[in-house]
Design a protein around this ligand. Structure first.
Ligand SMILES: [Zn+2]
Length: 439
């Protein structure tokens, strides 16, 4: 091993591995070779190692990149356009009309690129997205270098992108073909929600997912109204209907899952589904508090997502992780609910499990790909630092994220984006603002 030439050697005061909840290595280094974590060793033993690049980070935390398990990246271009509305009013009277006027290929590319820049600067290395114009989303992913899951939205009603469920599916599958060779780009099937997708379409999605070995990403049990509407229309709650249609399996990433009874929590565990918890969006749209502690206790894999910038309005996974820990406490009136180490696992390894990539990323482990971030805890705002796990969740802000790597490639160095042009992105954002205001 001594004559091995590493690509990058990063040393830091702390490494949060996420291999065990709360495990912290002090004064250790990570050696990266060919995009993988080749060695984890005490910094004191690094002097003799050969590396093309050495990064000595000092009072930083090195940890797995954050995995945003539910988002609509291109909606950055609608950020702040309509706030303080109920979900269906917000969708029907504000978001869907604006999308109808403006969403097309370049909207998605520009909006997703802006989102990715924001996410990278906040320590997010993987995005599980759901939107339209998938080739544009995938191109933005390739250009940014982020690990990108492109969810092909499926609805029964027309949008700019498609006219019916069959067309959404066939166009999505067609756009997927060009990206099958891209290691960091994965297409998923994203039936929008139980209230926008028919039984026959859900059945078709399940068949296709099995045939093509794809994940399914769907909004489920987001609001009490959704559940009540299903009881009126289908004489059953959405999850029961989806169970009968075969949707509940380890392939499923269910976004939200706010309104659940104990039998539904048990069903989620039994079927091995994963859940994307979106605390800020649930709070902002007053959807409710997801029963995360009960889901975790039942053995359900729960990750964390930001949802779109129109309903959050930040794509800030550190803030979202803090909210997940806090909302669990206020929801149960139990200050021990979702401790900091659990919140970090949700934002990293649990997200990776949901996406079927826990063997590749989600923790700091020899052999895994180097999707890593560094957070600078030397700032005044995080002094003194007793426990880096606590600070990352409760005290640090995304402006303290100094470095981001995906598969060993630096996407952020000393707060500077390496793959995306910050000034150009802001200019494009302003151009879209003027276009949207002009109608
Ligand atoms: Zn959503």
């Amino acid at each position: 091993m001594s004559h091995m030439q590493y690509d990058t050697l990063i040393s830091a005061r702390w490494i949060i591995t996420v291999e065990q909840d709360g495990e912290v290595l002090e004064n250790h280094a990570i050696a990266i070779k060919d995009g993988r974590i080749a060695q984890i060793l005490p910094s004191a033993q690094c002097a003799s190692l050969q590396a093309a690049e050495r990064i000595d980070l000092g009072n930083h935390v090195l940890m797995p990149g954050l995995i945003n398990l539910h988002g609509h990246s291109a909606m950055t271009l609608l950020r702040g356009l309509a706030d303080d509305k109920a979900l269906m009013d917000w969708l029907n009277n504000h978001i869907w009309p604006a999308e109808g006027k403006h969403v097309r290929d370049d909207f998605v590319f520009d909006g997703a690129s802006l989102a990715m820049a924001e996410m990278i600067r906040g320590g997010t290395t993987t995005i599980n997205d759901m939107y339209f114009y998938h080739a544009a989303m995938a191109r933005a992913g390739v250009a940014s270098g982020m690990r990108t899951f492109v969810g092909c939205s499926i609805l029964e009603f027309p949008t700019n992108y498609g006219s019916n469920a069959d067309e959404y599916i066939s166009k999505g599958m067609e756009e997927r073909k060009a990206f099958l060779g891209e290691e960091l780009i994965t297409f998923t099937l994203a039936p929008h929600a139980p209230y926008t997708v028919s039984d026959s379409t859900f059945r078709q999605v399940v068949e296709l997912a099995e045939r093509e070995d794809m994940l399914i990403h769907c909004h489920i049990h987001e609001t009490a109204d959704e559940v009540a509407g299903s009881v009126t229309e289908h004489q059953q709650r959405p999850l029961a209907r989806l169970a009968k249609l075969g949707l509940l399996s380890p392939r499923l990433i269910a976004a939200h899952m706010v309104h659940l009874d104990s039998a539904e929590i048990e069903a989620a565990a039994r079927h091995g589904i994963s859940i994307a918890h979106n605390p800020a969006s649930n709070m902002k749209l007053a959807s409710g508090i997801a029963p995360v502690p009960a889901l975790l206790a039942a053995g359900v894999n729960v990750g964390i997502g930001t949802d779109g910038a129109a309903s959050n309005n930040k794509l800030d996974m550190l803030a979202e992780t803090r909210l997940a820990a806090l909302l669990a406490k206020v929801g149960t009136l139990d200050p021990t609910a979702v401790p900091a180490a659990t919140a970090i696992r949700m934002a990293t390894l649990n997200g990776a499990k949901a996406l079927g990539i826990a063997d590749k990323v989600g923790s700091v482990k020899v052999g895994k790909q180097a999707d890593l971030i560094a957070i600078d805890l030397s700032a005044l705002e995080t002094a003194p630092a007793f426990d880096p796990v606590s600070h990352v969740v409760y005290a640090a802000g995304r402006e303290q994220v100094s470095h981001v790597w995906v598969k060993g490639r630096a996407l952020l160095t000393q707060r500077q984006l390496t793959t995306l042009d910050e000034t150009a992105l802001k200019t494009r954002g302003e151009e879209w603002r003027n276009r949207i205001l002009a109608r």
